[in-house]
Design a binder for this molecule. Structure first.
Ligand code: PGA
Length: 256
């Protein structure tokens, strides 16, 4: 059995001024002290990455961007490349978040171009999948998740190998920012399905090592029961990552 180190990741979305972002990460850094048994990741807006990097101890808090373009450089007005993210101090990048998929028409094919570019650069992708309420109610959850995994991770399927550092996140769209969390059982059912997909697509060693985070209204009062499930390895947190108290509480509750 592999021990998977839990990860608590904060997706700040399009929130916080530059000063607020720096203050938040400083408060998180002092609040968590010397954590060693949980990995902490924050994903500020692009414009705040370098300043946040400057304000944290890189051995304690990893830095992610919330999106990237798949080309290295070129005439792509308004876009940011993975290499630029690395120059800003990012080690990780969130890809295929449901807000990108639904509000910006990002398909799984596009997500895969980004996953491929991130891997080429050595940026660790945090690849999100999740079903809408409609899809759940019409009992299409597993079909939707399988298709998102197949297409979003197509390059790894072609290579017949997925780096074990890859992070997946299951975020039911109906639970994001709504206050409705999936029950631990509902989440575990999908996490287990994802782990089986990894095993069947790659191998059992990869399935045992890849971390699968849950996201969707994770709060200090529900994180423990979610994390108690065998296939839930951490949380991707939106709202509760914007306040140092709640984010630090989420991180600290991993130690118990
Ligand atoms: P939430 O967002 O915690 O505010 O529901 C989660 C996410 O979108 O990653």
């Amino acid at each position: 059995m592999f021990e998977r180190t839990p990860m608590i990741a904060g997706n700040w979305k399009m929130n916080l001024s530059l000063d607020e972002a720096v203050a938040l990460v400083e408060a998180i850094g002092s609040g968590i002290g010397n954590v060693s048994d949980v990995e902490v990741l924050v994903a500020p807006p692009f414009t705040h990455l370098a300043a946040v990097r400057g304000a944290i101890d890189a051995s304690k808090i990893f830095l992610a961007a919330q999106n990237m373009h798949w080309e290295m450089s070129g005439a792509y007005t308004g876009e940011i490349s993975g290499r630029m993210l690395q120059h800003s101090g990012c080690t990780h990048v969130i890809l295929g978040h449901s807000e990108r998929r639904t509000l910006f028409n990002e398909t799984s094919e596009v997500v895969n171009l980004k996953v491929r570019a991130a891997s080429f650069l050595g940026l660790i992708p945090v690849v999100c999948v999740g079903e809408t309420l409609d899809e759940r109610e019409s009992e299409r959850t597993f079909e939707v998740i399988k298709e998102q995994l197949d297409l979003s991770l197509d390059n790894f399927r072609a290579d017949q190998m997925m780096p074990t550092s890859t992070i997946l996140a299951y975020e039911p769209v109906w639970a994001i920012g709504t206050g409705k969390t999936a029950t631990p059982e509902q989440a575990e059912e999908v996490h287990h399905f994802i782990r089986l997909w990894i095993e069947q697509t790659f191998n059992s060693g990869t399935a045992a090592q890849v971390r699968i985070l849950y996201g969707g209204s994770v709060k200090p009062d529900n994180v423990k029961t979610l994390m108690a499930e065998p296939d839930i390895d951490g949380a991707l947190v939106g709202g509760a990552s914007l306040k140092s108290d709640s984010f630090v509480q989420l991180i600290r509750s991993q130690k118990a």
